[in-house]
Design a protein. Structure first.
Ligand code: FE2
Length: 448
C-alpha cells in the first residue's frame, strides 16, 4: 500500500459519521448550537440563523417527508450578487433528443482519459446519457467526472436532482453544508437535491461515475421474502456530523444548476457555514463492500434486481425512476445452470460501469472506468466467448473476486449526448462481440 493511500485511509477513518438510513439525526459542532425542543427560537445561540431545507413537499406523507433544519452563520439568501447564466458545456440535461445523432444500437465506451486542461468535479463532468425531463422531475443523467484539481472557492448546488457519486479512481472529500465525507473507489456518496457542496481531491486525479436523479429520492428497496437482513443494511450508511468552514473575504462563486442550465453568483464567504443541524434530509456515504448479495443457491439465475442497492421509485409501483444495482464479489454455485446473465430484452434501459475487476458476462472489452448502454428493448447478453465458456465449463462452486460492476437501470429510454457519440473511446465494433454466436439447431434432439 502506498504512503499516499495509507494517509488517505487514515484521514477517512478520522472523520465522524452517524450510522443509519433515513434516520432523524441531530449534530452540532459547537456545544449548545442546536436548539432543543423547537426549530426556530426567537434568537439562536451563537447568533446563528435558522433555515429549513425541504426535500419533500411540506405535506408529503410522514414516511416520505424529508426536511432538515440548519443553524448557520448567514442565511443562504446572503450571496453578494444576483445569478448570471454560465456555461458548463459538457454537462447536459434531459431532454437532449437533438443530441441523439447515433442510430439506435448497443453501445460501449473505453475509459475516458484525463483532459490536459485543469478540471474540477464540475468542469470535468461529462454527460454520457440523459433521459426524462428535469422540469418533470423524472429521469436521470449518467455522467463521468474527470477531475485533476480540487474545488476551493466554488460551491455547487443542484436544484435538478440528487447526485449519486461513485469514485472509480482517486478519493474525494465531499464537503457539504451538513459536514464532510471521504469516499474512494468502492464507496458511494449521495448529495441531496439543493444541498450546497464542494469536492476536493485526496490522492490525485479522480475519475468516477455520477447518476443525477431528477426523480424521487433514492431509498432502500423492500426486501420481500428475503426478510429483515442482507442486501444493503441501514447501519452501513454513514451521514456526516456537523462541520463548517469559517472563511471570510474570499472571491467565491455559488454555482447553481437549475432547469438544466447553470447559473453563478459571487459570494465573499463560505456558504458551508452550518454549525449545527437536525433532520432526515441528509447526505450519506456507503461502502459498497458491505453489501450482502443474495442469489441462486441451487439452480437458475435471478433477475439482476436482486442486486439493488438503492431505488428511486416512480409513481408506478415496481417501476423505478432509477435503480442502482451492484455486481460485487460473490459465489456462483448454481447446478446445471448457465451462470452468467442470460440473453434478454428489457423495457428498462441499462447504463453499466465497471469500478474494478472483470465483469463475468464481458471478460474482454469492458474495462474499469468504461461503460456500456443497453437501451430499452435492445437485445444483449454474454459475448460469444463468455457464452461458450459458461456453456462448456465444469460447474463447481466458483468465486468471482475483486470485481465491482454496477448499473443505473431506468424506466426511461436513455439518449446519448453529442459528446459521448463522438469521443474516440466509443467502440465502433461493440456489437461484434455477439458475432460468432452461430446456429447450433439442426432439428435433431440432444445437447449441442
Ligand atoms: Fe440487461
Amino acid at each position: 500500500m502506498s504512503q499516499q493511500r495509507r494517509v488517505l485511509l487514515e484521514s477517512m477513518e478520522t472523520l465522524s459519521y452517524m450510522p443509519g438510513f433515513g434516520n432523524d439525526f441531530e449534530t452540532e459542532s459547537l456545544p449548545g448550537a442546536l436548539p432543543q425542543g423547537m426549530n426556530s427560537p426567537q434568537k439562536c445561540n451563537y447568533g446563528l440563523y435558522a433555515e429549513q431545507l425541504s426535500g419533500s413537499p411540506f405535506t408529503a406523507p410522514r414516511a416520505e417527508n424529508e426536511r432538515s433544519w440548519l443553524y448557520r452563520m448567514r442565511p443562504s439568501v446572503r450571496h453578494a450578487t444576483k445569478f448570471d447564466r454560465m456555461d458548463m458545456p459538457y454537462w447536459r440535461s434531459a431532454p437532449t433528443r437533438e443530441d441523439a445523432e447515433l442510430p439506435i444500437q448497443q453501445l460501449r465506451w473505453d475509459p475516458i482519459p484525463f483532459p490536459a486542461e485543469d478540471t474540477d468535479f464540475l468542469t470535468g463532468m461529462r454527460t454520457i446519457t440523459t433521459c426524462g425531463d428535469t422540469d418533470g422531475q423524472a429521469g436521470i443523467a449518467s455522467h463521468v467526472y474527470l477531475a485533476n484539481r480540487s474545488m476551493d472557492t466554488d460551491y455547487f448546488t443542484n436544484a435538478d436532482g440528487e447526485m449519486l457519486i461513485l469514485p472509480q479512481e482517486g478519493a474525494l472529500e465531499i464537503f457539504t453544508e451538513m459536514g464532510r465525507m471521504h469516499i474512494g473507489p468502492g464507496d458511494l456518496a449521495v448529495v441531496p437535491r439543493g444541498m450546497m457542496f464542494k469536492v476536493a481531491l485526496l490522492d490525485g486525479p479522480a475519475r468516477g461515475y455520477v447518476c443525477e436523479n431528477y426523480g424521487g429520492t433514492l431509498t432502500l428497496p423492500d426486501r420481500g421474502p428475503i426478510g429483515a437482513n442482507c442486501l444493503a443494511n441501514p447501519r452501513d450508511f454513514k451521514t456526516p456530523v456537523a462541520d463548517y468552514e469559517d472563511r471570510e473575504g474570499i472571491s467565491g462563486r455559488i454555482i447553481l444548476k437549475w432547469g438544466g442550465r447553470f447559473h453563478q453568483a459571487a459570494i465573499d464567504h463560505s456558504p458551508l457555514d452550518v454549525v449545527a443541524w437536525h433532520g432526515n434530509y441528509v447526505p450519506y456515504a456507503y461502502d459498497l463492500r458491505t453489501y450482502s448479495p443474495v442469489g441462486a443457491i441451487l439452480f437458475d439465475h435471478p433477475d439482476p434486481s436482486i442486486f439493488t442497492v438503492l431505488t428511486a421509485p416512480s409513481e408506478t409501483p415496481g417501476t423505478a425512476n432509477v435503480d442502482f444495482i451492484l455486481f460485487p464479489d460473490r459465489w456462483l454455485v448454481a447446478e446445471n445452470t448457465f451462470r452468467p446473465p442470460w440473453y434478454h430484452r428489457n423495457i428498462m434501459s441499462e447504463f453499466m460501469g465497471l469500478i474494478f475487476g472483470v465483469y463475468d458476462a464481458k471478460p474482454e472489452g469492458f474495462k474499469p472506468g468504461g461503460m456500456s448502454l443497453h437501451n430499452c428493448m435492445l437485445p444483449h447478453g454474454p459475448d460469444r466467448d463468455a457464452f461458450e465458456g459458461a456453456s462448456n465449463t465444469e460447474l463447481k462452486p466458483e468465486k468471482l473476486e475483486n470485481t465491482m460492476a454496477f448499473m443505473f437501470e431506468t424506466r426511461f429510454p436513455q439518449h446519448v449526448t453529442h459528446y459521448a457519440a463522438h469521443i474516440e473511446q466509443r467502440q465502433d465494433n461493440y456489437a461484434d462481440c455477439w458475432e460468432g454466436l452461430e446456429r447450433k439447431f439442426d432439428g435433431t434432439p440432444g445437447i449441442k
